[in-house]
Design a protein around this ligand. Structure first.
Ligand code: BGC
Length: 417
């Protein structure tokens, strides 16, 4: 009788201890990896961080600089190998289902069901956030890459208007250079050149060709005449940049535009965040318009946070609730330059470029001209993207024959697929 009692007591104690350990393992911190290191990116992230603070969570920040996120993904590989993953990590496009497939990601299914995410997140984003019916990631905002950002004072001084064709852009660049300004602010990092390539491909072939080549990976489209033209555009853009462009960070390129050193930058609308941080206003100090030949069409990339397999489920659920909060999405995206991932966030407080982005996205969805960004992981799987980005980056930096570059692009993708 006594022995039985002791056994029960021992069982009770060990269960209580296990419970205690679990509670201890789940502390009130959230370990976050991201690549938001520019001024406006940091300010936008602070909205989320402050909200987590209000929810009682400490923020362990893992910022890894490098637009497009390749260096951050390398950090994740190291941390996974050391069995020390972060709780959540900024993720884009096809890397999310790939991480889900290899078991790196957990999910926030219960919260998503409770809050009805299925109804407020557009299918174009669900395609990446949700894998095999699990919400493995939380979508925060939508960026567009086929933008040009221009210094209005230079445009006024030289009586320039947004170019309607690529040829017009080329002749404008000539005028700008002769007036003593740099036509195009650019940073020679492969992902930035790949961002120009997004627009060039859409400009030469339209959304249909963009899909055939960069999304369906049709070898004929990848290596053919139209793709050759996209590389020709890239070669022309190369003539518009200053000699000091190698390795310049994208936000320094943006600052060349608002400091009136350069007339334009072709970049995703995270550049808008930097203009706003510098207290520049759209329509007054800077202009936003579409890369010529891509009006109406929308090349998108969405920032999401992947939920990793850690013991911090309570913190992850709090983080996901914060990221999906309507007020947080409004504030965050206004600072970041993107538009909300949720379709039910009011756009009244967004500026004219933000409103245009939302209107164009709705139109592009209707006309089937919304396409995933190649440079930012929404067109092809990461292995192919990395190989193709290298071809594009090299061509931009070293030059060469556009026809050969198109062949190399097709070959690199075929090998990596
Ligand atoms: C991300 C943006 C980020 C940009 C530059 C993109 O891949 O989607 O959120 O601002 O890289 O860092």
């Amino acid at each position: 009788m006594m022995q039985k009692h002791h056994k029960r007591l021992a069982l009770f104690i060990s269960l209580a201890l296990a419970g205690l350990c679990q509670a201890q393992a789940q502390d009130k911190t959230i370990d976050v990896v991201h690549w938001w290191t520019s001024g406006s990116e940091g300010a936008a992230l602070k909205v989320l961080r402050d909200d987590m603070g209000k929810r009682g969570f400490q923020w362990k920040d893992g910022a890894v600089s490098g637009g497009g996120g390749e260096p951050a993904r390398a950090v994740l590989r190291t941390r996974l190998a050391a069995n020390n993953p972060p709780d959540v990590m900024q993720m884009i496009g096809f890397s999310i289902p790939a991480y889900a497939d290899d078991g790196t990601l957990g999910n926030v299914d219960a919260l998503a069901a409770e809050q009805g995410w299925d109804k407020v997140v557009p299918p174009q984003l669900q395609k990446f956030a949700k894998h095999k019916n699990h919400w493995n990631a939380v979508p925060l905002g939508v960026h567009r890459t086929n933008w040009i950002w221009a210094n209005k004072a230079i445009f006024d001084e030289l009586k320039l208007a947004p170019p309607k064709t690529f040829e017009e852009l080329v002749s404008m660049a000539d005028k700008i250079r002769k007036a003593g300004y740099i036509p195009l602010a650019h940073g020679g990092q492969a992902w930035q050149s790949a961002t120009l390539f997004d627009s060039a491909v859409l400009s030469v072939g339209g959304a249909k060709f963009y899909k055939e080549a960069l999304i369906d990976l049709d070898p004929k489209a990848l290596s053919g005449k139209t793709m050759e033209k996209a590389f020709e555009q890239l070669a022309q853009l190369r003539t518009m940049v200053d000699p000091a462009y190698p390795n310049r960070e994208w936000n320094f390129a943006t600052s060349m535009v608002y400091h009136k050193k350069a007339a334009m930058q072709i970049m995703g609308d995270w550049a808008k965040g930097e203009f706003e941080k510098a207290r520049m206003k759209p329509g007054t100090d800077y202009l936003c318009f579409q890369y010529p030949g891509t009006d109406g069409a929308f090349i998108f990339g969405a920032d999401q946070f992947g939920i990793l397999n850690t013991k911090q489920q309570a913190a992850q659920v709090a983080f996901a609730s914060a990221a999906m909060d309507k007020g947080v999405q409004e504030k965050f995206n206004i600072i970041k330059g993107s538009i909300p991932a949720r379709t039910d966030v009011p756009m009244d407080n967004f500026d004219s470029c933000g409103k245009k982005s939302m209107a164009d996205m709705k139109q592009a969805i209707k006309s089937n001209t919304m396409v995933g960004s190649f440079a930012h992981g929404h067109a092809m799987r990461d292995t192919a993207k990395v190989a193709a980005t290298e071809v594009v980056g090299k061509f931009f930096d070293k030059g060469g024959s556009p026809a050969e570059a198109a062949q190399q692009l097709a070959a690199a993708i075929a090998k990596a697929k």
